[in-house]
Design a protein around this ligand. Structure first.
Ligand SMILES: [Zn+2]
Length: 232
């Protein structure tokens, strides 16, 4: 299928179906409804303003849990009567102490910086969508999120901790710390968010929210205007 585009912004009006890969024109839909693919009837996008409140609550909870995961011990190890607590920060600093600077930096980015950044950006994005303000900033946040989200790997980190716990079981007594559970909850929230709220959906939601706001502003202006724009 070939589409003639006047300029790059026209791409905003098209969407590709994930199942049959046909290009579909995007149309405005009402709140709480879904747009289906005209070929295979697969849901393409939905417009649901409740997604904003839902996303805001989830991202605030996620941020709290990842911050907590960085504050408390992940595990307590007992070897020959000596106890040691392992936290994410102590893990990074001992890596630096042993000269593994690159690994330490990688861990710092993957477990601390990226998750905190992603969830803070989500909070800001949902807050902007809720307040219907700063459209340009919301757009830039969505673009940034699309670029950094693949770097969110705390689930892999959690699995690797589990593997090391299993390996250490014969050699030492291991106690699972608070951080482990907060990290576990964080990973669950993260998985739930990536599965239930897609960035593509938020992109559509952003467009609908701001275009509805612009339409409302236009209708609210006291000056009589015969040209009312596109009627929905
Ligand atoms: Zn399709």
């Amino acid at each position: 299928m070939k589409i003639e585009l006047e300029d790059e912004n026209d791409l905003d009006h098209y969407i590709i179906c994930h199942k049959c890969h046909t290009v579909q024109e995007e149309i405005a839909i009402s709140d709480g409804s879904k747009a289906l693919c005209s070929m295979c009837k697969m849901p393409l996008y939905r417009y649901d303003t409740r997604l904003v409140e839902h996303g805001l609550a989830l991202s605030i909870t996620g941020l709290i849990f990842i911050v907590l995961a960085n504050l408390f011990p992940l595990i307590k190890i007992e070897i020959l009567g000596t106890e040691s607590y392992i936290t994410i920060i102590s893990m990074i600093s001992s890596l630096i102490g042993s000269g593994y600077y690159l690994v330490a930096l990688f861990l710092l980015y993957l477990i601390v910086i990226f998750p905190v950044m992603i969830f803070s950006l989500y909070i800001l994005l949902f807050a902007l969508l809720k307040l219907k303000r700063a459209e340009e900033l919301a757009k830039n946040i969505l673009i940034l999120l699309a670029q950094i989200e693949p770097w969110q790997m705390s689930d892999i980190f959690l699995v690797s901790i589990l593997v090391s716990i299993v390996k250490l079981f014969g050699m030492a007594t291991i106690h699972i710390g608070i951080s482990f559970w907060t990290l576990f909850v964080f990973v669950l929230i993260d998985i739930y968010m990536t599965r239930s709220i897609h960035l593509g959906e938020l992109w559509v939601l952003k467009k609908e929210i701001y275009s509805k706001k612009a339409e409302k502003l236009k209708n609210d202006t006291p000056i009589s205007n015969t040209k009312k724009g596109v009627s929905s």
